[in-house]
Each structure stands twice: as structure tokens, then as C-alpha cells.
Design a protein around this ligand. Structure first.
Ligand code: PDD
Length: 278
């Protein structure tokens, strides 16, 4: 059986419950992280906890746990569950109170930690690349905060599935690719690795950061700027996330990118990241 940390203790997952007046449930008033663990080695744990801290600060929640306490809980959650390669989910909400937009009483934040098996993309996808559609960005304007309010992403993913593709990429009003529903996006344009700069329109992905780091180490030129799919010289697209590492995207809106297979830079970036952590 699986074990979750909830309301200050470890419990069997099927007994793990949250009060119906939790503000996460009623207002999506909370933030989260997803952290990958390969055989007991956590991928960029400190960076994830830094981001969690920033997200909490961004919405004015203070976790009542110190950094070492959080790290211990995360390790504990991993070891109490049966997965070698796991994704650890951490959710913090403002707490439980009678429903009112403005919270006027002191409440303790709710902290939940679960572990699930880390999925891995199929060999088919790794060879031929994933596929995506583009959609106008209907999300809020603080995408740098990893909020649990994910309705737009759920709708985007549903539309992608309906069209038989893997991911939906959000477009700004000028047709720039911002990021995916649960991924950051990159293109190779004239041999340079291009990705949207970090601002309020995208989440600062931990895998994005890693991809840029390994690219730099291998002397690939990095350009952080808004980019479009119709730019001349575009030869590859890819997406990055904790759950995917880096995966090539070879078809967007039904149009083939490059030669329709996973390109060399996408494939290399994926391998270089996995080499560091697997
Ligand atoms: N999503 N952009 C968005 C909107 C995301 O939701 C995510 C991650 C990323 C990639 O971030 P990272 O590399 O730190 O995982 C970018 C997680 C995995 C999720 O919602 O399940």
C-alpha cells in the first residue's frame, strides 16, 4: 500500500483525507511541486524547495517547516513507498477555514506529500518525437508561481488528447510559444537553442534550467527570447519537465518539425540530463 504525509502524519494513501473547507479545495488557494527521484537520488531537490518557497511567498503562505524538516519528510515519503524511480508531489494550501475569500483568522497551512511512480516516455516517442497543438493562452498572469489552480492546463490537455496529441503549447497574442500545459518549450533555430525568457508568462522550470546548463557545457549557444514556430531556420522543437526530462516534439498543429523525428540536439540534451542523474 502507498503512504502519504497529510495533516502532520504518515497515513495509508486510501485513508489520507482533507477537510472539505480546505482552501485548496474551495479556492485552489495553494501551490505545489513535483520532484523526480531516480533510485534514491533526487533531481535538484534544493532548486525545487527554493521554487516552493518563492511560490509560497508569492501567495503569502508560510510553511511551518524548516528546509531540513522538509527534506527529511520528502526522503521519508520516498522510502515509505515502493517506487525506485518516483515523483514526489508536495502541495501546500493556506489551510482550513469557513469559506470566505478573505481569510481573517490564523490558520495552519495544509501540507501534503505523496509518491507515485515516475512515468517514462515510450521508446516510440523518444525516437519519433512527441506531438503538440498550440492554443491561445487563457491562463492567469503569474505563471511564475506554481499554483494548484490548473484549470486552463486541464482544458489544454483535454483538447490535446481530443486531437490525439501529447501536449498543448500556449501562444501569446503575437503568436510566440510561451510554454506547454506542464512543460517548458524550446526550439533550435539556426543551430541555437531558443526558449522564452523567464518572466510572469512561464514557470521557471527546473528541467529548463538543467537543459540550459548542459547545453552551455556542450557549447550550444542559448538565446532566451520569445520565438515563433514559423521562424526560418527552425529545425527542432522540444519540451522539458520533471516528468519528461527533455522530449523532442516533431509535430505541432499537424505540421512536421525538421525531418519528423527526434532531432540531434533534443536527443543529446535528454541524454546529458539523464547521464547526470540516473
Ligand atoms: N509541471 N511549465 C509548467 C506550466 C509546468 O506545470 C511545469 C511542470 C513545467 C516544467 O517545470 P519542471 O521542469 O520544474 O518540472 C513548466 C509539473 C511536472 C506538473 O504539473 O505535473
Amino acid at each position: 500500500t502507498l503512504t502519504a504525509w497529510v495533516n502532520g502524519r504518515f497515513v495509508p494513501l486510501e485513508e489520507a483525507t482533507i477537510h472539505i473547507e480546505d482552501r485548496g479545495f474551495q479556492f485552489a488557494d495553494g501551490v505545489y511541486e513535483v520532484i523526480a527521484c531516480f533510485g534514491g537520488r533526487f533531481l535538484e531537490l534544493e532548486a525545487h524547495l527554493d521554487r516552493l518557497e518563492n511560490s509560497c511567498e508569492g501567495i503569502g503562505i508560510s510553511l511551518l517547516k524548516s528546509r531540513p524538516e522538509l527534506i527529511e519528510l520528502i526522503h521519508d515519503t520516498y522510502h515509505r513507498n515502493p517506487f525506485d524511480h518516483a515523483m514526489i508531489y508536495i502541495q501546500a494550501t493556506r489551510g482550513i477555514a469557513p469559506r470566505s475569500h478573505l481569510l481573517t483568522q490564523e490558520v495552519e497551512p495544509t501540507l501534503v506529500i505523496t509518491a507515485r511512480e515516475l512515468p517514462s516516455p515510450s521508446a516510440e516517442k523518444l525516437t519519433h518525437g512527441a506531438s503538440a497543438i498550440t492554443l491561445p493562452d487563457i491562463r492567469w498572469k503569474r505563471c511564475d508561481i506554481k499554483s494548484i489552480a490548473l484549470l486552463a492546463s486541464v482544458i489544454g490537455k483535454q483538447e490535446a488528447a481530443r486531437q490525439g496529441v501529447d501536449e498543448a503549447f500556449w501562444l501569446d497574442d503575437e503568436g510566440h510559444i510561451l510554454e506547454g500545459c506542464a512543460t517548458n518549450c524550446f526550439a533550435v533555430i539556426n543551430g541555437e537553442l531558443v526558449t522564452h525568457p523567464l518572466d510572469h508568462h512561464v514557470l521557471g522550470g527546473i528541467t529548463r534550467h538543467l537543459a540550459l546548463k548542459v547545453a552551455r557545457e556542450h557549447d550550444i549557444t542559448i538565446v532566451e527570447r520569445p520565438w515563433r514556430l514559423d521562424e526560418p531556420g527552425l529545425s527542432e522543437c522540444m519540451m522539458s519537465s520533471t516528468t519528461n526530462a527533455v522530449v523532442a516534439v516533431s509535430n505541432i498543429d499537424g505540421v512536421t518539425i525538421g525531418n519528423g523525428a527526434a532531432g540531434p540536439i533534443s536527443t543529446n540534451l535528454r541524454q546529458w540530463i539523464l547521464d547526470e542523474f540516473e
